[in-house]
Design a protein around this ligand. Structure first.
Ligand SMILES: [Zn+2]
Ligand SMILES: [Zn+2]
Length: 374
């Protein structure tokens, strides 16, 4: 099967991407689905900071690669041995395939799946590969998905069935932004009703963390970002207080609002400064959680004695500690009841041909979620 896909041959090209054009729309080819594989016709795929990290080179991947890891579509074809979905089913894609057999999967923590992580690192599917071809040459898969394309050949374990009447644009957000953000608030931080929360950085993940904090029943939710538009959006999603990080010391402002510090500070800023601010804005005995994938070379230091004497917790949260098969349907249900309005995260939609320009807008933090529609 042949179809159009956004192929990245080299990362780290200079901005603006509208001029350097790191992503080329090419015709790629896949074989028929093998055992345990499905072909999904992609209907909507959104741009996430992790895709930008592939383009700008912050995260190293084998090349050439087709990025895209936050998407929804329709099952086009199933391979032998596939029982969980059939042709015509609507699905959300998940970017860490859960093998169901490793120690992490068995423990109920599929966001750490060892075999899925290994396959992702190698740019192939859990079932093998790479399966994508361009002029006879191998093209690598991003996160087992490669969703910036008209079709994706993926493991059966990379899809979760969703209701057929859910908008694909909304559905695309659940696999990354919503699980990473809402899951961080609900599961990684474990916010209890009435607790105070600060969210640093209001991209798709940070705003989803605000939604998760609302769902958890947080008492005070302080949103921090340099963009007034994103602060206003956070307020409309349920943030009780907003701090413009550009105008004032974010740490001092949060401490004042929360009488010394918050119970949970969530860092979704993708910057060391944001993580440091989240740490300092956390009260004694509180928990600082980061979902930010900064450059792997970046390090942070703090006095260990403070962790002890102030009984602090510092946590990393990957995919919000979610169990996709459990949590995507649950979050969709909340969305449909109007209690998790993820549709508000969508800044706009575009065609695949505009993908380089869209990465410029993302790099300049002008947008929350831009969704490519097919
Ligand atoms: Zn993502
Ligand atoms: Zn596993």
């Amino acid at each position: 099967m042949k179809f159009r896909a956004a192929v990245l041959r080299k990362s780290g090209l200079p901005r603006p991407y509208a001029d350097s054009r790191p992503l080329a729309i090419e015709t790629v080819e896949i074989p028929p689905p093998a055992f345990g594989e499905v072909v999904v016709a992609i209907k909507a795929a959104s741009l996430c900071h992790s895709d930008l990290s592939v383009v700008n080179g912050d995260r190293a991947w084998p090349m050439p690669i087709v990025p895209g890891h936050e998407a929804a579509g329709v099952v086009e074809e199933i391979g032998p041995g596939v029982h969980s979905v059939k042709s015509g089913d609507h699905v959300a894609l998940i970017f860490l395939t859960q093998c169901g057999e490793c120690e992490h999967c068995i423990e109920g923590r599929p966001s750490l799946c060892a075999r899925g992580t290994q396959a992702n690192r190698e740019g192939r599917l859990l079932t093998g590969g790479p399966r994508l071809r361009l002029d006879g040459q191998a093209v690598y898969h991003h996160m087992g998905l490669s969703a910036f394309a008209e079709f994706a050949l993926v493991s059966e374990k990379s899809v979760v069935k969703i209701p057929a009447d859910l908008s694909f644009v909304d559905a695309s957000l659940f696999g990354c932004a919503v699980m990473c953000g809402a899951g961080t608030a609900l599961y990684s931080a474990g916010i209890r009703p009435g607790q105070t929360v600060a969210v640093f950085g209001l991209g798709g993940v940070g705003l989803s963390a605000v939604l998760g904090a609302v769902t958890a029943g947080a008492g005070r939710i302080i949103a921090i970002d340099p963009s007034e538009a994103k602060l206003a959006l956070a307020r409309s999603l349920g943030a009780t207080d907003c701090v413009n990080a550009g105008n004032t010391s974010a740490v001092e402002a949060v401490r004042e609002l929360a009488h010394g510090g918050v119970d949970h500070a969530i860092d979704a800023s993708s910057s060391l400064e944001g993580f440091g601010n989240a740490f300092e804005a956390t009260r004694r005995g509180g928990c600082t959680v980061t979902t930010s994938l900064t450059h792997p070379s970046q390090k942070f230091s703090f006095p260990v004695a403070r962790i002890v004497a102030e009984a602090r917790t510092i946590k990393g949260s990957y995919i919000g500690t979610c169990v996709p098969g459990r949590d995507i349907p649950a979050f969709i249900q909340l969305h449909r009841q109007g209690r998790m309005p993820v549709d508000k995260l969508v800044t706009g939609t575009l065609g695949l041909d505009r993908i380089n320009e869209a990465f410029d807008d993302l790099a300049e933090a002008k947008v929350v979620r831009q969704v490519i529609i097919f």
